[in-house]
Design a protein around this ligand. Structure first.
Ligand code: SF4
Length: 334
């Protein structure tokens, strides 16, 4: 698959000591959806802001179509901003209350001189509104006159207006009622199918991720701890943190119910990251080696990476049920 986005060793330290993002690497192919998941504060939203260049990285490289975004001229960056658009969580605060729906969805086109004159702008706005299931009659409505789901449709079509190659969607459905979430997800999928756009999809909702993602990256305390194709991730997660996240998702069938893994406490502060495996303070199967040595993000199955000394000792939940301590990887491979 052609790499559209390549992120290498990306880090962001705020205020000299808060390691919000700590050496993150991943790539994203054309038309691909990579879900970035984890608890709030894990660094996933900071990654999205770094890719959108809303904040500068402390270290690392972000390449878009092979070009290093950190070293781009302002002119090149402006051109790339047409190719990378965003959809944010709260459609209400991200829409200007003083602009009509028509002005909102055509604003990016106006900025880039791609629509001229009131008539062309209105016709374009009506076409865009219809593309996300809104009516052309909505063109003169204000954001407050729309429901949450309709507002997010406006946000989506505004993001698509310039024909971007990549959309960074940060929790795009989590502020919506459950009843409209699937409609908005379906719109995102239909638009992707039609336009061939790639998504970096930030979410904490595993059910939504299961529906939309091609691959899943799990972040914990600023690092990716698991990165895998969706099927492999949901059927055989290799990191205890991922398994805990998945164990909280209600199963569609009682026989498929996972053993619930309850994590103790909150994630540690990104100012004081624990030594060794950063998850060891909450991991239900942590061993001495975990407190000493940081596990590398290593391949454990086809295209499936995990950062755990015991990633081969899957499944962890059943081992917990048997009160078995896993053997270290080196011993297992003997
Ligand atoms: Fe848990 Fe140890 Fe694996 Fe870290 S390395 S996730 S502490 S078992």
């Amino acid at each position: 698959m052609t790499k559209l986005l390549e992120v290498t060793d990306l880090s962001k330290i705020f205020g000299g000591s808060v390691r919000a993002v700590d050496g993150v690497s991943f790539s994203l192919g054309e038309r691909e959806t990579l879900a970035l998941v984890g608890e709030s504060g894990c660094g996933k939203s900071t990654v999205s802001r770094l890719i959108l260049r809303l904040t500068d990285p402390t270290a690392g490289v972000i390449r878009f179509e092979g070009q290093d975004m950190a070293r781009m001229s302002q002119r090149a960056l402006k051109a790339i901003r047409r190719d990378i658009q965003f959809v944010f969580q709260d459609p209400f605060s991200s829409l200007d209350p003083r602009m009509t729906a028509g002005d909102i969805v055509t604003e990016p086109l106006s900025i880039h001189g791609m629509v001229k004159g009131a008539r062309q702008r209105r016709e374009t706005a009506e076409t865009l509104l219809r593309a996300v299931g809104l009516s052309a009659k909505h063109v003169d409505n204000w954001p407050r006159q729309f429901s949450g789901g309709q507002r997010q449709r406006l946000g989506i079509i505004r993001a698509f207006a310039l024909g971007p190659r990549l959309i960074v969607a940060d929790e795009p459905v989590s502020a919506l009622d459950v009843s409209v979430r699937s409609q908005v997800i379906n719109i995102l999928q239909d638009m992707q199918e039609e336009k061939g756009t790639a998504y970096l999809f930030i979410s904490h909702d595993m059910a939504t991720v299961k529906h939309i993602a091609d691959r899943v990256a799990v972040m914990y305390l600023g690092k990716i701890v698991e990165l895998a194709p969706k099927a492999s991730f949901f059927s055989a997660p290799r990191h205890p943190y991922s398994e805990a996240l998945l164990s909280a998702v209600p199963a569609s069938h009682p026989q498929k119910r996972r053993k619930r893994i309850l994590l103790q406490g909150d994630p540690p502060s990104p100012i004081r990251i624990p030594p060794g495996c950063r998850f060891h303070t909450r991991c239900p199967i942590a061993q001495d080696v975990c407190r000493r040595e940081e596990p590398a993000l290593a391949q454990v199955a086809d295209n499936h990476l995990a950062a755990c000394h015991f990633a081969q000792a899957w499944p962890i939940a059943s081992r917990l049920g048997e009160a078995m301590a896993p053997e270290p990887l080196a011993e297992l491979s003997n």
